[in-house]
Write a protein that binds this ligand. Structure first.
Ligand SMILES: [Zn+2]
Length: 209
């Protein structure tokens, strides 16, 4: 089953408010860019009830940047105002990231990278491939590049063994009932040449990945 109908999203809370018993946060779409997400977090920061730093808000383009600056870092305008702001957040909830997990301490870069990998999922096989690769690679960039390399087979291991043997050679009808495809398939699995990732779904080139 895929859960890709759910857009990956994070619930970001401002820590200063949270630690003072006030829930001040919002759901943010993780398929936005890192900069866009930071703008949404900055909007939360400047509406914190417990500010401890300042932020620069551009009167021309509404861009927000933490701390005091002479001009807007987005459009260079000097038509700016300095406002009170908070400066720490935590990810207090998330959805749509399976098979990955997003924690309280996940960075925005990491969250966006995961959402980017998942944006390529169009069917259950894609998700199965990513789930398999997740066990092999921590680096999301490498993982993403490997998705297309994973070969998936649907069927039992004995079905796979039968197909494999028929590709290698033609078995005379006389002998066909003497071949133990299941034993061959089981050995392929024991040797790590095929790996069952879901019931009757195999990765057939695990050793090449
Ligand atoms: Zn600006």
């Amino acid at each position: 089953m895929t859960n890709q109908t759910v857009t990956p999203s994070i619930y970001v809370s401002v820590l200063a408010d949270y630690n003072s018993g006030r829930l001040h946060g919002k759901w943010i779409d993780a398929t936005l860019s890192v900069d866009e997400i930071w703008q949404k977090i900055n909007e939360l920061y400047i509406t914190s009830k417990y500010p401890n730093v300042t932020a620069t808000v551009c009167n021309d383009c509404n861009h927000i940047k933490l701390y005091s600056h002479d001009k807007c870092s987005s459009c260079d305008s000097t038509n700016i105002k300095i406002v009170p702001a908070s400066e720490e957040f935590a990810v207090h909830d998330s959805e749509g990231f399976a098979p990955f997990t997003v924690s309280e301490y996940s960075s925005i870069d990491e969250v966006v990278a995961i959402a980017d990998v998942l944006s390529n999922v169009t069917n259950d096989d894609d998700l199965a491939k990513i789930t398999f690769l997740q066990g092999l690679y921590d680096d999301l960039g490498i993982l993403k590049d490997k998705v297309d390399d994973v070969n998936i087979y649907h069927g039992s291991r004995s079905d796979y063994a039968e197909e494999l043997i028929s590709e290698i050679c033609e078995i005379p009808d006389l002998l066909i009932h003497y071949i133990d495809y299941d034993k061959f398939g089981r050995d392929l699995e024991i040797n790590g040449e095929i790996t069952e990732i879901e019931r009757e779904v195999f990765v057939t080139n695990a050793q090449e990945l």
